[in-house]
Design a protein around this ligand. Structure first.
Ligand code: THU
Length: 163
């Protein structure tokens, strides 16, 4: 028996002005995208902004439904839209702004498990990390180097195909 360890490290920016301009711009787009959220059931609004290698930025926001499971998270709205509009174009970064208007958060909310898996599909396909920027209503910004850092031992096509 051997024990293995998986460690991740990520950056915490208490002053978001320390972010490089490209990241700050993307985060501001994610914050703006929250305005498009349709979240009458949870009142928890999430905005996402995807930066592609061709310079395009694709936005998403959470879209809820009276039949709760039929709704979709902001991250998947954005990433699936990017995949559909720009097939084969690599994703460089994804910024996410999440929080409740009624009870504003002071730390970031990381993507749910389904979103991590969905984003990881693209990271595995493109063989290049997808960086993730996270922010709550207020407080610090987290910069995660790759979505796979948030999905240790993640499932991918190599398990299906024995690559
Ligand atoms: N939500 C997201 O948009 N992204 C996540 O990663 C977590 C949750 C949405 C789904 C639902 O509309 C609301 O937040 C509350 O769960």
């Amino acid at each position: 028996m051997e024990e293995q360890h998986i460690n991740i490290s990520f950056k915490v920016f208490t002053d978001q002005e320390e972010l490089v301009k490209e990241d700050l711009d993307l985060l501001e787009k994610a914050i703006m995208a929250r305005n498009g959220a349709y979240a009458p059931y949870s009142n928890f609004k999430v905005g996402a902004a995807v930066l592609l290698e061709n310079g395009e930025i694709v936005l998403g926001s959470n879209q809820e439904n009276a039949s709760f499971p039929s709704g979709l998270c902001a991250e998947r709205v954005a990433v699936f839209q990017a995949g559909a509009r720009f097939p084969g174009v690599q994703i460089l970064s994804l910024a996410i702004s999440a929080g409740s208007d009624k009870e504003p958060s002071h730390k970031p909310a990381a993507p749910c498990g389904n979103c991590r898996q969905s984003i990881y599909e693209y990271e595995h396909k493109q063989r290049k990390p997808i960086r993730v920027l996270l922010k709550g209503n207020h407080g610090p910004v987290y910069l995660i180097n790759a979505i796979s850092d948030l999905l240790p031992l993640g499932f991918n096509s190599s398990q299906l195909n024995s690559e």
